[in-house]
Design a protein around this ligand. Structure first.
Ligand code: ADP
Length: 160
């Protein structure tokens, strides 16, 4: 049974993340989407909300399990028996950060490998930060985020 984990903040999950996950399940028997409880980043959604949105967005996609984790991602990987970590690579800007993370994780746990997937062209410049900004300013980006995420962002916006 080949299990991989896809860790991230997912604040919120976008179609770019989903594209990476769909590519990963073609190779692995199971992919665990792991929502980081605390990444040191200030998030607009709580961990409960981020996890719930991931769960809704993953409905109907087989072989994916949604959960959350705290602490070192390698410890979580060991706990669930995964030796592969999935990450997405967008424009060159992701490369340095992702490379340093992958090397550090390998130093902490030598059995773990990171596999990078490149998203479809239309998601190459998509980020959760951009999604939050555009929706908060009233922009319509329906085709870049799941419906549940759009609804959740609009709800947040109306409460501001
Ligand atoms: P983190 O805080 O761990 O970077 P994110 O939720 O921002 O969490 O991203 C998780 C992973 O998904 C990262 O590897 C990131 O590069 C990747 N990712 C984010 N958006 C996209 C996208 N549009 N296309 C492909 N990969 C993406």
């Amino acid at each position: 049974m080949k299990t991989a984990i896809y860790p991230g903040t997912f604040d919120p999950i976008t179609n770019g993340h989903i594209d990476i996950l769909k590519k990963a399940v073609r190779i692995f028997d199971k992919v665990i989407l792991a929502v980081a409880e605390d990444t040191g980043k200030k998030t607009i959604f709580t961990v409960d909300e981020r996890e719930e949105l991931c769960r809704k967005a993953m409905e109907g996609i087989e072989k994916i399990e949604v959960t959350r984790f705290n602490g070192l991602v390698v410890d979580f990987a060991k706990k669930v028996g995964a030796i592969t970590m999935i990450r997405g690579l967008r424009a060159i800007s992701d490369f340095e950060y992702e490379l340093s993370q992958a090397l550090m994780n390998e130093k902490l746990y030598s059995d773990i490998d990171t596999i990078f997937f490149v998203p479809d062209n239309k998601y190459l410049y998509l980020s959760s930060t951009m999604v939050r900004q555009v929706v908060s300013l009233g922009g319509n980006i329906k085709d870049l985020i799941p419906e549940c995420v759009e609804e959740a962002l609009l709800k947040k916006r109306s409460k501001e």
